[in-house]
Design a protein around this ligand. Structure first.
Ligand code: UDX
Length: 451
C-alpha cells in the first residue's frame, strides 16, 4: 500500500520504517529540510536500537523516502498518517498546533479519497477537529473529496520501539466506516500474525485508549513509589514487597519498580493532558492529579536522601564544596532522551545547594551538553569511572546495564565520603555496606531479620 507519514520524529520515523520494512511504499514528510536531507543521507536524528540499519535498507530499496514536499506526499498515500508532536500547553493540555497545521496542509493538497490517521497522542475529540480543519480547507478551494479521519494510537517504548512496532501486542483502530477499517486492517496485516491483535473501535474510544494505557502505567509507578516511601518510614524493604506482590497475576511484575520518578515524553505529558481533558468535561480526575504529584515529589527524593545523609536541612549552599558523581542522565536506559528526566531535577537541586556534579551517561552526553551548556559546576565525563575522580559520593539515576555491578571496593576507595545513593535500587544494601560504603536506596528501610 502507499503510505504517507507527516512527521519524522520518534513515532513517525519508527512507524514509517516498519511499514516500509514489511513492503509498503512509504513517504515521510517533514518541514525540517536539514532533517530530511540528513535522513536521505542515512543520518538518523534519534538514538533507537535497530532503527538505523532498517532506515538505510528500506531507503536503499526505494520503499522509504523522505521529503519536505507536502504536495507530493499527500498525492502519494492511500493512508495519510499524522505523527507530529503534541507538546503540553502552558496549562498542561495537549497543544494541537502541529496536528492542525498538518490537517490544513492535507486539506490544501488533497485531490482524491484518503483515510487520514491520527497517530499522535491527542485528546479525545481531536479527530473531529482534524476532520473539520481538512473540510474547511477543501471548502475554501471549492474541492470535494471523501475522506475520513481515524485514530490509531501508538504504544512504542523508547529503546524498544522497533520491536514494539514489528511485534505489537495490540493494534488499536478507531474508525467510523468499514472502508477505513478495511484499509487499516490491510495495512497492518503483516503485523497481525499468529493471533488477532487488531482491536476495532470507535474513534473516541481509540483516542482515550492511548491515554488510559499510559495513565495506568504511570499510576502503577507512582503507587509503588508511594509504597516505597511508606516502606522507608516503617522500616520495610520495598524490594521485598515488590517481590511479594508481583507474582499475583492481577498485579503483575511490570511497572512496579520504585525509583527516582518517571520521566520521558509520554507519561508526564499524558497524565496531565488526560486530567485536563477530564476537567474540560467537568470531571475532577483526582487519582490522575495524585499520580502526578507523587511523581513530582519522587523526583526530589534522591536529593532528600542526600540531605538526610549530610544532615543538611536547607538547600541554599548547604552542599558547597561537595562533588557528586552521577551515573545516568537519560530518563531511562537505551535512549539519549532527557525530556522530564529525574536527573534534571536532581542536578538542579545539587547545584542550588552549591555542589558540583561529574556525570556520565552512555548516550545522553550530547543532549546534556545541549540542555545545560557550559557551566563550572558540571563535568560531563566519558566513562562511569571518570566521574569518580575527586567525587565525594555517587548517585545512580538511570539503570543502564553497565552500572549494575560496579567494583564496590574500588568505589569505597574513590568516594571521599563513602556513600552511594541508588535511585533505581540496583544494588543489594548488604553488598554495598560490606565494602564500607553507606547505602541509600528507594524505599529500603530495613528491620532485623531473625535467623
Ligand atoms: C511509555 C509507554 O511504556 C509506551 O507504551 C508509550 O507508548 C509511551 O510511553 P516510554 O516513555 O518510552 O514509553 O518509557 P517507559 O519504558 O514506559 O518508562 C517511562 C518512565 O517510567 C521511565 O522514566 C522509567 O524509568 C519509569 N519507570 C518505568 C519506573 O520508574 N518504574 C517502572 O516500574 C517502570
Amino acid at each position: 500500500m502507499r503510505v504517507t507519514i507527516f512527521g519524522t520524529g520518534y513515532v513517525g520515523l519508527v512507524t514509517g520504517t516498519c511499514l516500509a520494512d514489511v513492503g509498503h511504499d512509504v513517504i515521510c514528510v517533514d518541514i525540517d529540510q536539514a532533517k530530511v536531507d540528513g535522513l536521505n543521507r542515512g543520518v538518523i536524528p534519534i538514538y533507537e536500537p535497530g532503527l538505523e540499519p532498517m532506515v538505510k535498507a528500506n531507503h536503499a530499496a526505494g520503499r522509504l523516502r523522505f521529503t519536505t514536499d507536502a504536495e507530493v506526499a499527500v498525492a502519494h498515500g492511500d493512508v495519510v498518517f499524522i505523527a507530529v508532536g503534541t507538546p503540553p500547553d502552558e496549562d498542561g493540555s495537549a497543544d494541537l498546533k502541529y496536528v492542525l497545521a498538518v490537517a490544513r496542509t492535507i486539506g490544501r493538497h488533497l485531490e482524491r479519497q484518503v483515510v487520514v490517521v491520527n497517530k499522535s497522542t491527542v485528546p479525545v475529540g481531536t479527530a473531529d477537529k482534524v476532520r473539520a480543519t481538512i473540510a474547511a480547507e477543501l471548502a475554501s478551494r471549492g474541492a470535494e473529496f471523501g475522506f475520513e479521519v481515524a485514530s490509531n494510537p501508538e504504544f512504542l517504548k523508547e529503546g524498544d520501539a522497533v520491536n514494539d512496532c514489528m511485534r505489537p501486542d495490540r493494534i488499536v483502530i478507531g474508525a467510523s466506516s468499514a472502508t477505513a477499517v478495511d484499509k487499516l486492517k490491510r495495512l497492518y496485516a503483516p503485523f497481525n500474525r499468529n493471533h488477532e491483535r487488531i482491536v476495532v473501535m470507535d474513534v473516541r474510544s481509540a483516542e482515550l485508549t492511548k491515554y488510559a494505557a499510559n495513565a495506568m502505567l504511570a499510576t502503577k509507578i507512582s503507587f509503588m513509589n508511594e509504597i516505597a516511601n511508606i516502606a522507608e518510614k516503617v522500616g520495610a524493604d520495598v524490594e521485598m514487597v515488590r517481590q511479594g506482590i508481583g507474582s499475583d497475576p492481577r498485579i503483575g511484575w511490570h511497572f512496579i519498580y520504585p525509583g527516582a520518578g518517571y520521566g520521558g515524553s509520554c507519561f508526564p505529558k499524558d497524565v496531565q493532558a488526560l486530567a485536563k481533558t477530564a476537567q474540560q468535561y467537568g470531571y475532577d480526575a483526582q487519582l490522575l492529579g495524585a499520580v502526578e504529584s507523587v511523581n513530582d515529589r519522587q523526583k526530589e527524593h534522591l536529593f532528600e536522601l542526600i540531605g538526610r545523609h549530610y544532615g543538611v536541612a536547607s538547600h541554599d549552599g548547604a552542599l558547597a564544596g561537595k562533588t557528586f558523581a552521577v551515573w545516568g542522565l537519560a530518563f531511562k536506559p537505551n535512549t539519549d532522551d532527557m525530556r522530564e528526566a529525574s536527573s534534571r531535577r536532581l542536578l538542579q537541586l545539587l547545584w542550588d545547594a552549591g555542589a558540583k556534579v561529574r556525570a556520565y551517561d552512555p548516550e545522553a552526553t550530547e543532549e546534556a551538553q545541549r540542555i545545560f551548556g557550559e557551566r563550572d559546576d558540571l563535568v560531563l565525563c566519558d566513562s562511569a569511572r571518570a566521574t569518580l575522580a575527586d567525587a565525594d559520593a555517587l548517585v545512580v539515576v538511570t539503570e543502564w546495564k553497565q552500572f549494575r555491578s560496579p567494583d564496590f571496593q574500588r568505589l569505597s576507595q574513590s568516594l571521599a565520603d563513602r556513600v552511594i545513593f541508588d535511585g533505581r535500587n540496583l544494588y543489594h544494601p548488604d553488598e554495598v555496606e560490606a565494602a564500607g560504603l553507606a547505602y541509600y536506596g528507594i524505599g529500603r528501610g530495613r528491620s532485623i531479620l531473625i535467623d
